[in-house]
Design a protein. Structure first.
Length: 289
């Protein structure tokens, strides 16, 4: 919603100022110039990126438009799940806990958190490290180093769409010049025409330069930044899991370990201690409902 509102304001101000200054909108409608610019951008985007990144970029743009970032309820569900697992690891035999992490789809603990079950990457991240903790003979600093490396890898993959979109934004002004040059070439071939026709052709060529710059800094650049913001907030959940489990490995009680994770949440969405306690004592009842 925020992106749509921002784009409406941007377009309205640019076109409104143009019209207020006496400009005519029909002059700006140059579909062939747009075909050159946007078509070339799409082609270079496909050339420069693997198909997985191309598909993920479409997904990332959808997430950006929907503002698909974790909400406070999502953080509470994650902390509640971690609390339930740590409580099991602390009080139950290894064989019983292994049943949960080896087959989360059949686990009574994991099934209480459907939103986390849908996120396979996060689910695997939690189960993998819980499995290492259960096996035993692991040192906190070794697990922390491994977690940091994996989170960095996940972050690099997650932010590739941002880089791909930024590359498009960086190249659009140059592609706008390409469209403008082709328009000028067309105009030079019509020097024997009337000044009115020649002026129209030159105006159409200059629209290419305008469109390239506008799409770069008014559309694709801001969308690329929004993708980064959304993906960064999604990645924060991995840091929460890391801090919580590392605290548990180092001897913290489950409820205390949750505080380590809670403190890594942005102050804008961070639940209070009382909210976390109510959620963990309730055993995720609200999430299951």
């Amino acid at each position: 919603m925020g992106i749509i509102l921002g784009l409406i304001i941007t377009i309205a101000c640019v076109l409104g100022g143009y019209i207020a200054g006496g400009g005519h909108l029909d002059v700006l409608w140059q579909p062939y110039e747009l075909l050159i610019i946007l078509g070339a951008s799409l082609g270079t985007f496909i050339v420069a990126n693997p198909m997985k990144v191309v598909k993920d970029t479409g997904k990332a743009i959808g997430e950006a438009f929907k503002d698909s970032v974790p909400k406070q309820a999502d953080y509470l569900a994650l902390l509640s799940l971690l609390h339930a697992i740590m409580r099991e690891m602390r009080s139950k035999p290894r064989s019983e806990v292994e049943e949960h992490v080896d087959n989360p789809a059949e686990s009574s603990i994991f099934s209480a958190y459907p939103t986390i079950m849908k996120d396979k990457a996060m689910l695997n991240f939690i189960c993998d490290y819980c499995r290492l903790i259960i096996i035993g003979n692991v040192k906190g600093y070794e697990i922390e180093s491994l977690m940091d490396e994996e989170i960095q890898t996940i972050a690099r993959d997650s932010l590739k769409p941002k880089g791909a979109l930024q590359d498009i934004a960086d190249g659009l002004p140059a592609l706008g010049i390409v469209a403008a040059v082709l328009g000028i070439v067309h105009a030079m071939g019509a020097l024997d025409q009337s000044p009115e026709i020649l002026g129209h052709l030159i105006g159409a060529a200059l629209v290419g330069t305008f469109a390239g710059i506008f799409f770069a800094y008014g559309v694709f650049g801001p969308i690329a930044h929004k993708v980064k913001v959304v993906r960064d907030k999604q990645l924060r959940r991995y840091v929460i899991v890391k801090q919580t489990l590392i605290a548990y490995i180092n001897g913290a009680m489950p409820q205390v370990a949750l505080e380590y994770g809670r403190k890594t949440i942005s102050a804008y969405e961070r639940p209070t201690i009382d909210q976390v306690e109510a959620e963990t004592i309730g055993g995720g009842a609200a999430q299951a409902a």
